[in-house]
Design a protein around this ligand. Sequence first.
Ligand code: MN
Length: 276
Amino acid sequence: MSGIDHKDAEKILTLLDESKSILAKEPPILNLNEDRAIFVGDIHGDLNAWKRIKKIISNRSIITIFLGDYVDRGFYSTEIINDILYLKNENPEQIILLRGNHETEEINRYYGFLSELEMKFRKRAHEIYRKYNDIFAQFPFVALMDDNKVVALHGGIPIEATNIRDFYKLKKGDFNPTDSIALQILWNDPDDNLEYYAPSPRGPGIYLFGRKIFQRFMINSKAEYLIRAHLFLIEGIRKFFDGKLISIFSTINYVGNQVAGKVLEYRHGNFYVIDL
Ligand SMILES: [Mn+2]
């Protein structure tokens, strides 16, 4: 499927240039005219998981929406992101790459991606690293599909967002941590035990959002389901808020933990869980 030599710096730079021109055309909030899709959660450099995901998505002729966190943690971030970008370049409409909190320099400098590149590319690592982050800056934050019925993003609903319209102010580019809406889309988590919200243990400016925040946003946006990733789930999938929010995790090994990784298929209002 992939024709990339993952050790060839020149080939990778060419691949990244091609991807950048394709991704730059996509708006920060994507409106997809689709009623079927496969959703993929965090892969985090897990090559074995990626091989299984690749098989699953290549057997189906529907679009794939990746929910972010391709890189860091595992040792094969380069192979995985290259493969996905290669698929994207081959078929831009079929492969959607959303941004995760690890697709920002603030994070991927410290959690494995930069060290992986330094090991693989030595002197050219920083040039290549910069280029990857230029690409990540072009990943959309949110995808909407099936007439807004389904909202897909990496983290969660920002506590001050009452309507999907609040997302349309977002701009692509190098991540700006003072952009509170962008920060929370990439970092927030749902919490079934909360009505409103609480500070997140993940850090300042990040929140756990409860049922009322979620429902207000979904009703005002005329949306039914939120599909997201971000949360490490040993079982690979968890439903929140009466099944209206589904969180998925798509690794089979996450920093030494065996994971029952999953991807999710959506067809005309129904969800089907697929084991990796
Ligand atoms: Mn994440």
